[in-house]
Design a binder for this molecule. Structure first.
Ligand code: IPD
Ligand code: CA
Length: 260
């Protein structure tokens, strides 16, 4: 399957999802709790998910799907697999914070092949295809050459896992003196794209899911960055939750956040 055809199909449907997010009334949004009041799903997560799966399964009947709001996801054995976060930054969405996105990756033989992250609030479409570079709205992007000391760092507290809070705060305390400041914006896929676009110098988080980083990690690596776990291993692309540190290699090293 040609990467360009996959990219065009994903682009069309994420734009439709973004349009629907922008025109929905936040005050009357149906919101359900998942594991706690920090972990919620809205009717728009579900309608985006349905829209994306319907569109892509029609175009690519041979493909398999993983998506955040599907219960009991398992990694399909299909050659092509789409990995979907129908809204990354759902809590932001319910609070009308204007920092959420739609994230869709296509994997070929279990490896990232195409990645798309769409931020409807800024009408920014981040895209990458394997070996084809990374783009924002069609313009080539790359990670920053700035040192950590001249950079903002993106992170978050993995808020569905309160037991990880202390380790995140410890990392924040160790990194704060080495950078300009920390941002906890609340949408991992967008945070990684800020690093890919050279706006932030590094992103890390103690535990995230495949759908949070599947598309953005390809965008980041195509932009010249690296995505590792916090033990220093290349990030895994499976359904195990993982820690992550993502950015230009020199910033990963100078952060001293990798703890073997
Ligand atoms: C969450 C956001 C958040 C990150 C969490 C993710 P969701 O995704 O990306 O920034 O801290 O780890 O789970 O649930 O809004 O799709
Ligand atoms: Ca989500």
């Amino acid at each position: 399957m040609d990467k360009t055809i996959v990219l065009e199909s994903i682009t069309k449907v994420v734009h439709e999802c973004g349009e629907d997010m922008l025109t929905s009334s936040i005050n009357s949004l149906k919101i359900n709790t998942k594991t706690s009041n920090r972990d919620v799903v809205t009717e728009k997560d579900l309608s985006n998910q349905n829209r994306i799966i319907n569109h892509l399964s029609h175009k690519f009947p041979e493909a398999g799907f993983i998506s955040e709001e599907i219960e009991d996801n398992a990694f399909p054995s299909n050659e092509l697999v789409f990995i979907i976060d129908p809204i990354d930054g759902t809590m932001n969405f319910t609070k009308d914070m204007g920092y959420s996105c739609v994230s869709v990756a296509c994997f070929k033989n279990q490896k990232p092949y195409v990645g798309v992250v769409y931020n409807p609030y800024r009408d920014e479409l981040f895209t990458a295809t394997l070996g084809g570079g990374a783009f924002c709205n069609g313009n080539l992007i790359s990670v920053t050459n700035e040192s950590l000391s001249n950079s903002l760092i993106q992170t978050n507290t993995s808020s569905y896992y309160p037991e990880l809070r202390d380790e995140t705060i410890t990392r924040v305390q160790s990194i704060l003196p080495k950078c300009i400041n920390i941002r906890m914006a609340g949408a991992a896929a967008l945070d990684i794209c800020q690093v890919a676009a050279g706006r932030a110098g590094l992103y890390f988080e103690a535990r995230i899911s495949l759908w949070d980083y599947a598309a953005a990690a390809l965008i980041l690596t195509e932009a010249g960055g690296e995505a590792l776990d916090l033990k220093g291993n290349p990030i895994s692309y499976n359904l195990e939750k993982t820690s992550i540190i993502a950015g230009p290699r020199n910033n990963i090293d100078s952060s001293e956040l990798i703890n073997g």
